[in-house]
Design a protein around this ligand. Structure first.
Ligand code: AMP
Ligand code: MG
Length: 495
């Protein structure tokens, strides 16, 4: 039996330079780990009657779904500051795109399906650990309200992949608003293929910024729109303690979705210079560096688009620079709006940024858990003392300032809550999650899966992190930070 997927495949209407046709390399013994039925329904995929074996066949690439485009996409990218003119889908196949039930185009990509013309020295495969990590982290981010690629399915391959040691293999099916990356534009700019570049600008605008279809200067308008979307995205990351870990230009989308869950992680004790990725030895992609790196990456997008912005690219430099210069201010604006909400503030005052920074400094000094601190502050807003709420004594002077600021807020009125205290708490609890995919929990899932082929911990954690606000169940063990012996301070790329 097959699984009907209503492919539209607008990817095939792009210039042939954008992709290479390639089929997945079959795997020995596919086994279904997870299938995201609600997401499938959103994509218009009817999985009724599809049993696990059918799904494993499809999502391993052994049975190519009917109507699939099955292409690997070309892209380039700056990796840790150095330009690679040719990267591309070296271990992934874009099976095709559909129009979802909301009328939006969505790409369906199988990752770990074997070699492609872009594989360079790689085997085109993915290890099971990174597959589980991507599934958990991307679905958690979606539940947390962060624009992100999604995970539709994960399978085991029944084969080993050779990394530092032999590891079980896996394949994850990723769903994205598109796979247009900054690096996609860099690939064609480096080749001076302005025809393809123009087609990609048109595609990015039609898919992600339809309001700009009539723009006088499409490339410039696109740069401006992407700058804004990405600024909002990075501000969301900062508000959750999320560290992407590999903000290379090939891992930044034009859609403003988070993509490429490699060594990413959520921090526990707040420290702005936190880095998890084992290969980020210079701290280039540390937590607090992310806005600066965003601006750097957008400058690379601007360079790639320059030739399309004006007859004489020299003429385009000033307007492009003007957009790039707005990036820090845009991130700050989204950041402040996000943190105001996290602190239960519904109005704006001059000193609010200083208030937030004061909290972050106190959290840093106290090594306070980023996620739990805001839940504890919500309890304080509800009338608990800081001690009762579990806050570090070091935060006391700051809490006095915050309470003085709250006293200048108008009363919050929610239909469901009886008093102002509870109302403020409700507002705060709604934007400050209880559950994030804590590193040691993710690691625990990977260990059980790799060592014992046991996916119980994975399914349990997936359930917890996809309901990040739900404190009704007795799963508080998932909310606490790692004990010293459990801490995972290093994460690795998916390769
Ligand atoms: P990533 O680390 O996922 O951002 O990948 C960076 C580049 O390396 C992309 O072009 C990938 O397709 C490629 N790549 C990563 N792992 C493999 C692999 N196992 N085989 C072939 N290409 C790979
Ligand atoms: Mg990548």
């Amino acid at each position: 039996m097959n699984l009907p997927i209503p492919f539209v495949n607008r990817c095939l209407a792009l210039p042939a330079t954008c992709h290479a046709r390639v089929l997945p390399t079959p795997v020995a013994a596919p086994g279904l780990i997870a299938f995201n039925a609600p997401l499938a329904a959103e994509l218009g995929i009817s999985a009724e009657g599809a049993n696990p074996a059918t799904l494993a066949g499809i999502f391993s690439g052994n049975a190519v779904p009917e109507g699939a485009a099955s292409v690997a996409l070309a892209y380039a990218g700056h990796q840790f500051g150095g330009f690679s003119p040719q990267l591309g889908d070296g271990r992934a196949i874009l099976m095709g795109d559909v129009v979802d039930v909301h009328g939006r185009a969505r790409d369906l990509q199988w990752k770990g399906t074997g070699r492609t013309p872009f594989s360079r020295g790689g085997d085109g495969r993915a290890a099971l650990g990174p597959v589980l990590r991507e599934y958990l982290l991307s679905e958690a981010m979606h539940a947390l309200g962060v624009p992100t690629t999604r995970a539709l399915a994960a399978v085991t391959t029944g084969e080993q992949v050779l990394r530092d040691s032999a590891l079980p293999g896996g394949i994850v099916t990723r769903v994205a608003a598109s796979h247009l990356r900054i690096g996609t534009f860099q690939y064609f700019a480096a080749r001076r293929d302005f025809t393809t570049l123009q087609a990609l600008v048109k595609e990015a605008i039609e898919r992600h910024y339809p309001a700009l279809v009539q723009a006088d200067n499409a490339a410039l308008a696109l740069l401006d729109a992407v700058a804004d979307k990405q600024a909002a995205l990075v501000a969301k990351w900062l508000g959750l303690g999320f560290i992407h870990g590999v903000m290379n230009t090939d891992n930044m989308t034009l859609s403003g979705e988070t993509i490429d869950y490699g060594p990413c992680a959520f921090m526990e004790a707040f420290a702005p210079d936190t880095v998890f990725s084992a290969i980020d030895t210079q701290g280039r992609y540390a937590y607090a560096e992310q806005p600066r790196i965003l601006q750097w990456n957008l400058a690379r997008l601007a360079e790639a688009l320059l030739a399309l912005m004006a007859e004489d690219p020299e003429q385009a430099i000033a307007p492009a620079m003007a957009i790039l210069e707005t990036v820090p201010e845009r991130v700050s604006r989204y950041w402040l709006a996000g943190f105001r909400a996290k602190l239960g503030l519904t109005t704006a005052e001059e000193g609010d940024a200083e208030l937030v920074n004061g909290l972050l400094q106190a959290m840093h000094a106290a090594e306070a858990d980023f996620t739990l601190t805001f839940r504890q502050l919500a309890a304080v807003a509800g009338g608990q003392t800081p001690e009762m709420a579990g806050l570090h004594p070091h935060l006391a002077p700051w809490i006095a300032q915050w309470q003085a600021r709250l006293a200048r807020e108008p009363a919050v009125m929610l239909a469901t809550a009886a008093n102002t205290f509870a109302d403020r708490t409700a507002l705060m609890l709604a934007v400050n999650p209880l559950f994030i995919p804590r590193n040691h929990r993710v690691e625990e899932c990977i260990r059980a899966a790799e060592d014992n082929n046991d996916f119980t911990a994975f399914h349990r954690l997936l359930e917890v992190v996809t309901k990040p606000w739900d404190d009704s169940v007795d799963i508080l063990a998932y909310a606490r930070p790692a004990l010293p012996a459990e801490r995972v301070l290093r994460t690795f790329c998916g390769t």
